[in-house]
Design a protein around this ligand. Structure first.
Ligand code: ADP
Ligand code: XUL
Length: 558
């Protein structure tokens, strides 16, 4: 293995523009965290009046958006806060992460504004007129079912679109979102000179020009040929006219996006040679930050829950999403996505556990594993996996002792006692993850299972993961692995640039992983194998009920 050391004294900044907050992690040249920072959208930017960082349209069913300017102002605030902790002149490179699939529409003429920002003013005072659509559709939106259907039809069906782009049509993906804008707001479409992902949008602010979309996050659009890593004419034509010119070029996630714009040099004293590395999606950045290897599995418990791993040659499967590996020139990441993650856990906590994680955890500890056969499906929002509309469904398995399913009957029920509601929620979420991970070919138990995201700080939830998956659960020092991964990718892109070649990311840490902030540790030991087999039995029963629910309530679409 070659040893690549980063220059002593240099720093690497990673940002993560997620659903509820903007987070930052700064790594030093030994890949150790030296600073972190946080801007919470609802509470620190209350004038946008978001709830959980988003607006849920009360009129248009499934329309969920966020104000584009909120992200701009969050960056102003983040840099003001960080400048008190860190000398920006030492930052050699910056990269970033953003919630995937959200899109930003730049008005004709905005590139001029972007390239001539006045360092005497905040970004928010200069960009407010740049967006013909002031509210960006985000990953939670599910208002484009009709467009999904038309796009799939135009390319020859859902399986064909999956084969071509790595996913079937999904409401939250940018292709269907753009098609909807073209159909319903043609004036906005024609007044748009660039469509950015949130990741490339944030990168654009830093370079003072339109940044390319990176190939990994670009795969979350239903527009890119996943094998060739270039825009697919078939998919573009199925979406909207003259779209390619509005999307600009694609670039690998480790490429240099540009040099930092003079605005940041003059206003915040960044080094004028500071590189900006392509921004990418939050899940790909987490994959980087967790130093995932083949055979490992990550469970991210953020606003969304995701399960992901690395794969050489993905099998076509309509349930999963495939993206190019963000830190390699070959291979893919495969992922499952749940919309009902933390916000649904909060909802159940608020309804049944006195709005307290402590009470929630007490309930988890009081109730037995397998929950006496009490199963729940909790969809506060329309779910992605399985594709089901909002609603709660509860079942009691009568005569279930965990030994066999002989003689067990399934009874639909209205409600459980509060402690059982809490366990039914957590076990249900984890059983679904295990079942679908197995269905798409991920190996369970994995070599290493790493939990991340806000809820991974909850040890009772980690215990439940260990029991359901039958393996140890690892965590990294901080649950915000997306901004950590972005900081690592900043260092990675910097190294590739410096050596004028592609350097495998592991060369940055392989000989010293334990000493870096990327090293994960076992937080909870494996549950007992007999219990994990009982969960396997429960999982199969739950999957049967789930398939039945999907047949009964139909696919609103994924
Ligand atoms: P995102 O990056 O998608 O904005 P985060 O990964 O920051 O989300 O996770 C935020 C979520 O973490 C919150 O919505 C909250 O429900 C959850 N969370 C924080 N602490 C706990 C806890 N102790 N137990 C369970 N969930 C928690
Ligand atoms: C991934 C997805 C979410 C968002 C928000 O496909 O929709 O995980 O990236 O975190």
């Amino acid at each position: 293995m070659e040893n690549y050391s980063l220059p002593q004294g240099s720093l690497f900044l990673g940002l993560d523009c997620s659903t509820q907050s903007l987070k930052a992690t700064i790594l030093d040249s030994n890949l150790v965290i030296v600073a972190t920072e946080f801007v919470h959208f609802d509470s620190e930017l209350p004038h946008y009046k978001t709830k959980d960082g988003v607006y849920r349209d009360p009129v248009i069913n499934g329309r969920i958006v966020s104000p584009t300017m909120m992200w701009v102002e969050a960056l102003d605030l983040m840099l003001e806060k960080l400048s008190k902790k860190v000398d920006f002149a030492k930052i050699a490179s910056i990269s970033g992460s953003a919630q995937q699939h959200g899109s930003v529409y730049w008005k004709i003429g905005s590139s001029m504004v972007l390239s001539s920002l006045d360092p005497g003013k905040r970004l928010k005072d200069q960009l407010s007129q740049s967006f013909p659509l002031e509210e960006s559709p985000i990953w939670m939106d599910c208002s484009t079912t009709e467009q999904c259907r038309k796009i799939e039809e135009a390319v020859g069906g859902a399986s064909e679109l999956y084969r071509l782009t790595g996913s079937r049509a999904h409401e939250r993906y940018v292709g269907p979102q753009v098609r909807k804008i073209y159909e319903t707001r043609p004036e906005v479409y024609h007044n748009t000179e660039r469509v950015s992902l949130i990741s490339s949008f944030m990168g654009s602010l830093f370079i003072g020009a339109y940044a390319c979309i990176d190939e990994t996050d670009g795969a979350g659009m239903n527009l890119m040929d996943i094998k060739k890593r270039e825009w697919s004419n078939l998919a573009l034509n199925a979406t909207a006219p003259s779209l390619e010119e509005k999307l600009g070029k694609l670039a690998p996630a480790f490429a240099v996006s540009g040099i930092i714009s003079p605005y940041f040099v003059e206003r915040f004293n960044f080094n004028k040679n500071c590189l900006v590395i392509q921004w990418s999606g939050d899940n790909p950045n987490s994959l980087a930050g967790l130093a995932l290897n083949a055979g490992d599995l990550a469970i991210s418990l953020g606003t969304s829950d995701t399960v992901f791993g690395l794969i050489d040659d993905p099998e076509p499967c309509l349930e999963s999403h495939v993206f190019p590996n963000p830190v390699d020139t070959n291979g893919y990441m495969v992922m499952l996505v749940y919309k009902n993650g933390s916000l649904t856990r909060e909802d159940i906590r608020n309804c049944y556990a006195e709005e307290s994680w402590e009470v929630f955890n007490n309930y988890l500890q009081q109730t037995p594993p397998l929950n006496e056969g009490k199963l729940g499906f909790y969809y506060k929002e329309h779910e992605i996996l399985p594709p089901l509309p909002a609603g709660f469904h509860r079942y009691a398995l009568e005569n279930f002792r965990g030994e066999s399913m002989d003689g067990v009957t399934v009874q639909e029920v209205q409600e459980f006692d509060a402690p059982f509601e809490v366990r039914a929620l957590i076990e249900g979420q984890l059983l679904s993850m295990r079942a679908h991970a197995e269905r798409v070919g991920m190996v369970i138990p994995p070599k290493r299972l790493i939990a991340t995201g806000g809820a991974s700080s909850n040890e009772c939830i980690l215990n439940a993961i260990a029991s359901v998956f039958g393996c140890d659960v690892h965590t990294v020092p901080r649950p915000d692995s997306a901004s950590l991964g972005a900081a690592l990718r900043a260092a990675h892109g910097w190294t590739c640039h410096e050596t004028s070649s592609f350097v495998p990311v592991r060369f940055l840490y392989e000989d010293k992983l334990e000493k870096t902030s990327l090293s994960s540790k076992i937080s909870v030991n494996a549950g007992n194998p007999a219990l994990s087999s009982k969960y396997a039995m429960l999982m199969r029963k739950r999957l049967e009920i789930e398939d039945h629910l999907v047949k009964q309530f139909g696919r609103v679409s994924t």
